[in-house]
Design a binder for this molecule. Sequence first.
Ligand SMILES: Cc1cc(Br)c(Nc2ncc[nH]2)c2c(Cl)c[nH]c12
Length: 305
Amino acid sequence: ALSMCGLAKEFQSADDEEKNPWLVSISILRPGRGTEMCKGALVSQKYVLTAAHCFTIDDEADQITVKIGKKNFQVAALKSHPQYTVGKLRNLGIPEFYDYDVALLALRKQVTFSSEARPICLPCTAGTSRALRRPHPQTTCKEHEQELMPGGNIPALFVTPCRDKYLSTLGLRRRTVRIKNGDKKHSCEADAKKAKQYQNVTEVSQVVTERFLCTGGIEPEVDPNTCKGDSGGPLIVAKRMRYIQVGVISWGVVDLCKNNLRIECQNDNDHLEQAPSHARDFHINLFKVLPWLREELREEGLDFL
Ligand SMILES: Cc1cc(Br)c(Nc2ncc[nH]2)c2c(Cl)c[nH]c12
């Protein structure tokens, strides 16, 4: 049977991996320099989608371990987007440039899907047409974009670790944000200039290119913010209990999680007091990197439209 993407256990007592079976943890071992952590999403039996900025040009596949469900997988290949060039604007005093900040990890072994390991749906694939209950192959990629990314404020979610005060372990929590895709898009993007690293930015469009989606801020509602450790994780649109990835978490204006100030899994109003209005987060819009996704995932049976 065709493996169904974007399905999760919805019952309250399911464990975190069953509620978010596509969320993966990526660790990059750098001998003598510790380990870097990032998030990612399982998108097929063999591929994980994440952020290119999690890796340096010296990182090799054998330094990378991916945790899916409760199992660890080794990586056969790391494929960053060919147009990702973090140092492109250095001569303008802009140290980090995140355009095309996406990468695919090819796993050495295929993942056996289970309640704890299951792929998320990608835009413009047959799986997303099925998830949206739209006819395949009649439904077009354009129609996916119109349904998933309409104008205005689009409810979306990302998943972030939380501190469980009873178990004193790390759990996972879904955080709801709104993608500013209407009249709030401009002001969302303008706050990029408030990022410490971007004080030399004269024109916002230098760092916020067409590839980005913008979330965060306090209008129309207070949005929670990402932490650096959320880099590479999926930005998800939920439609009738099916989950479709529309973005990859790339960078943010303020890192509100310094000294691992984790949100608590139990309490609910934690983000209300601390988010400044210019605390925005930027995500790579998957609709803007489709040719690369099709090419790299062409043998994964995802049936791109
Ligand atoms: C998710 C995420 C990634 C990166 Br890289 C950050 N660092 C940064 N943003 C601008 C330049 N560098 C942040 C911050 Cl800050 C908050 N969330 C982040």
